[in-house]
Design a protein around this ligand. Structure first.
Ligand code: KIV
Length: 277
């Protein structure tokens, strides 16, 4: 008999995840589980393990292509990996990261590139940034392109931020982030990733918004959690970030590690205090 752990929702029928479902999960206080994914095989396995949202992250530039930041990632690379993930997954909601330089120029550029991701099978696109992105998000949302925002440590701004540093630490920075989160929601964003911020700010921002927040180093009160797949599997060069947990420790397979992550997020066991700022 298999000793594999089972996702908590394994026995129930699992229709495809929709935006309505994600909103209902927030209202029901059921945690959303997101993982980065870059190919069809892992997409199928994550689907089977009960992951709700697959993020085709531009982190693939670092963990797949070996660049030292996400900045060199191209539209062609992102569209190719989105198509791979779409072929592997049936149930999860699929978010494609818009790479650096593909949405910053103007709204028309953002629309042209975002529509390529929806044509490739993604359900939503993700963009990094605050106030300056409001007109772009409005432009996409009014044209029925679901948008996920990303605030806090935004890796495409690594040089402007002076490195991969925790954000929102001062009262002023925290207030600015909260204001921007509300502005993104008002502009039409339907999901928001919060990366590397104090957990008190993750809690306050999640409570202030109607749309779900997904934290990565933003504390356990976010409506969901995301990890980079390679981090979860303990495959990363260099120093492990504080918010990372290696779910391969104590697991007998990759499938078990994914399932343990899903269950840990749903049961509010991850992130623990040692993963928070
Ligand atoms: O590209 C990515 O993997 C991301 C996550 C870190 C949220 O944006």
């Amino acid at each position: 008999m298999s000793a594999q752990p089972k996702p908590d929702n394994a026995a129930s029928p699992r229709p495809p995840v929709t935006l309505t479902k994600l909103m209902a999960m927030k209202q029901a206080r059921e945690k959303l589980v997101m993982l980065t994914c870059y190919d069809a095989s892992f997409a199928a396995l994550m689907d089977q393990c009960g992951v709700d949202i697959l993020l085709v992250g531009d982190s693939l530039g670092m963990v797949v292509a070996g660049y030292d930041s996400t900045l060199p990632v191209t539209m062609e690379q992102m569209v190719y990996h989105t198509e791979c993930v779409v072929r592997g997954a049936k149930r999860p909601w699929i978010v494609a990261d818009m790479p650096f330089g593909s949405y910053q120029k103007n709204m028309e550029q953002a629309y042209a590139n975002a529509s390529r991701f929806l044509s490739a099978g993604a359900h939503m696109v993700k963009v990094e940034g605050g106030q300056w992105l409001i007109p772009t998000i409005e432009f996409l949302a009014t044209r029925d392109i679901p948008v996920c925002g990303h605030l806090g440590l935004t890796p495409q701004s690594v040089h402007a931020l002076g490195g991969y540093r925790v954000q929102g630490k001062t009262e002023e920075a925290a207030q600015r982030l909260q204001k921007e989160a509300l502005a993104l929601e008002n502009a039409g964003a339907r999901l928001l990733v919060l990366e590397a911020i104090p957990q008190t700010l993750g809690t306050a921002t999640s409570a202030a918004l109607k749309i779900p927040t997904i934290g990565i180093g933003a504390g356990p009160s976010c409506d969901g959690q995301v990890l980079v797949m390679h981090d979860l599997l303990g495959v990363y060069p260099g120093k492990k970030a504080r918010f990372v947990k290696n779910f391969m420790e104590g697991a007998t397979s990759i499938e078990a590690a994914f399932t343990n992550y899903v269950n840990a997020v749903k049961r509010l066991e991850f992130p623990a205090p040692e993963h928070c700022f």
